[in-house]
Write a new protein. Structure first.
Length: 260
């Protein structure tokens, strides 16, 4: 079974990359499951019902998120009703939506997806490690194929999660920092790992935002409305091969596809 995880999709440039590059990539690579982090997909922060429909129409099976999930109030019209859009599982239990999803591929195989958010350098939430253990144990009653999106700032927290879940899930992949790392590996227990999937969006930028806006903010300390950049648009992420019987990964490689 082959899984494609798409790194943080930023604004309309990122959505355009998914719409244009995903269908041929799925055919070329024989992808069975597509998971994408979409928390920055609507204007650079948040997600809306229309954007959710756009991703589903492009072939994304499950959408994960992170700290910007509530930035567009319209998300409340969809997150409680669309099980394929999830938010971090370690948010308070009474929050709208769910932190996990189970989907069935075209081949009839079930796959589980867990969304987590880190605590280091981010707003405090429930312990992602404790919640990860609980959610993974529950999902393993249904499937051994489990993907974990660890949306976190600190590399150490992401790496620790990879080792913590090694042998219990198919993939632990980091999101949030928008810069693709080059440490893809299959850990000894059979869990594929990558510290950050990267960004699907404009790379002639500062993590997706127009360079001049970010530089001015650093120089002056004054607030400035962020606007997504538009050039050098890329789809980044990773492709993972998984044994469907055991849920163990056999290979992982990075994806970095540019819009023509």
């Amino acid at each position: 079974m082959r899984i494609l995880f798409i790194g943080d999709v930023l604004g309309s440039p990122g959505r355009r990359a998914v719409k244009m590059l995903l269908p041929p990539l799925v055919l070329q690579e024989g992808i069975s499951l597509v998971v994408a982090n979409v928390e920055n997909a609507a204007g650079g922060v948040g997600v809306t019902p229309d954007v959710v429909d756009e991703f589903l129409g492009a072939g994304v099976h499950v959408m994960t998120s992170g700290n910007h999930i509530w930035d567009k109030k319209e998300v409340l019209d969809v997150i409680g009703f669309e099980p394929r859009l999830i938010r971090p599982a370690n948010y308070p239990k009474n929050n709208p939506g769910r932190g996990t999803a189970v989907v069935k591929t075209a081949e009839g195989q079930k796959a589980g997806i867990v969304n987590l958010e880190g605590n280091v350098f981010m707003r405090a939430k429930d312990c992602p490690f404790t919640v990860a253990r609980e959610e993974v144990e529950a999902l393993r009653q249904e499937t051994r194929i489990i993907v974990v999106d660890m949306h976190a700032e600190a590399t150490s927290e992401k790496k620790a999660m990879g080792w913590y879940l090694d042998g219990r899930v198919s993939l632990v992949i980091g999101t949030h920092t928008h810069v693709q790392t080059s440490d893809e590996t299959v850990l000894p227990g059979g869990t594929a790992y990558l510290t950050d999937a990267g960004m699907t969006g404009p790379h002639d930028s500062v993590i997706g935002i127009k360079k001049e806006i970010v530089i001015e903010r650093f120089l002056t300390g004054m607030p400035k409305r962020f606007e997504p950049a538009s050039q050098d648009v890329r789809l980044q992420g990773a492709i993972v091969d998984v044994d469907p019987e055991t849920g163990k990964a056999t290979a992982i490689r990075r994806v970095d596809e540019a819009l023509p």
